[in-house]
Design a protein around this ligand. Structure first.
Ligand code: NAP
Length: 303
């Protein structure tokens, strides 16, 4: 059997259409402000992608940069000022921050009504309630849920195993899977200290892997017919038949490719559904950020 591929680009396109329809109804200019401290090659790529995704949809994206020497207190007061600016719909903090700054403190200084990433204590806290629909939530966790929903399978009572318990993926996904009093899955959360990972993954009807270790989940660790959601994004060298790195003629460096945490070629023969990497969860994450922004605007204008 070959698994059905969960097409992240198709899911993202449907969400984009929803966002466009909402923006037409709102007839407002939404503004997303990205806060960057110092320069970092990794965040440069994220900023470029976020900017083009926002502009494609008709949302203004402003980058506010601070010098890498800015003090923690000054950064907090600058973020508070941005938080009070009524023209700004949402604020996103670009990581990493310089070592002298406590990222957690900065994250918590973003007002919950501008917290487009859904990572402030107030917004994360709302995930605990079964009878409250949170306005925003961590984008990657929302993407995982969209990928699961796209299969059309009912999650009620299903054995769901989440590998990785970070606050942006594993933990919020666990709460989301428990979010309904009647239709919740039965989640198990695995992490670095889990004694025998395969015991858990093998019984998962829904397997969500968010670790950042290529090859962690092999085919024989997956239950037949499972929904496999691979969140991992890893850059690895392309190898030839002898296992040697393939060298790029132009750069003289090894050629690289992006893979997830699941061995895709093995898993697709066993799983019922699977997200590819790239083209799975990651393709949905940026549009979830914009959906969060629209939800923040709607919630503020309703209050
Ligand atoms: P993270 O904060 O580093 O968390 C990784 C988690 O994996 C931790 O909970 C860690 O447990 C656990 N872990 C580490 N080794 C393990 C093992 N051998 N077995 C079981 N669990 C293990 O990472 P993250 O931010 O959640 O990201 C995870 C992956 O998803 C990365 O590859 C990242 O690039 C990718 N990602 C993708 C998207 C997307 O849109 N597709 C978005 C964000 C992140 P301990 O804390 O106990 O060590």
């Amino acid at each position: 059997m070959s698994a059905k591929i969960i097409d992240g680009n198709k899911i993202a396109e449907a969400i984009k259409q929803w966002i466009k329809a909402e923006l037409e109804k709102l007839k407002e200019n939404l503004v997303l402000v990205a806060v960057q401290v110092g320069e970092n090659p990794a965040s440069r790529v994220y900023i470029k992608n976020q900017k083009s995704s926002c502009e494609e949809i008709g949302i203004q994206y402003n980058l506010v940069q601070f010098d890498s020497n800015i003090s923690e207190d000054n950064l907090i007061s600058e973020i508070k000022k941005l938080g009070q600016d009524e023209k700004i719909t949402g604020i996103i903090l670009q990581m990493p921050l310089p070592n002298h700054i406590n990222s957690r403190k900065i994250q918590m200084s973003i007002p919950e009504e501008k917290d487009v990433e859904g990572v402030t204590p107030a917004n994360l806290g709302k995930l605990l309630y079964a009878d409250v629909q949170p306005t925003v939530a961590p984008c990657t966790a929302l993407s995982v849920m969209e990928c699961i929903k796209s299969t059309g399978e009912n999650i009620k009572g299903k054995e769901a195993v989440i590998v990785g318990h970070s606050e942006i993926v594993g933990k919020p996904v666990t709460l989301m899977l428990l979010s309904s009093l009647l239709d919740s899955a039965t989640p198990t959360v695995c992490h670095i200290a889990t004694k025998d990972l395969a015991i858990h993954t093998k019984r998962a009807e829904i397997l969500i892997v968010a670790v950042g270790k290529p090859g962690l989940i092999k085919g024989d660790m997956i239950k037949k017919g499972a929904i496999v959601i691979d969140v991992g994004i890893n850059r690895i060298q392309i190898k030839d038949e002898k296992g040697e790195p393939v060298i790029d003629d132009k750069t003289g460096k090894p050629k690289m490719k992006t893979v997830g945490d699941v061995v895709f070629d093995e898993a697709k023969e066993i799983a019922g559904y699977i997200t590819p990497v790239p083209g799975g969860v990651g393709a949905v994450t940026t549009v979830m950020l914009i959906k969060n922004l629209v939800n923040l605007y709607k919630s503020e204008s309703a209050s």
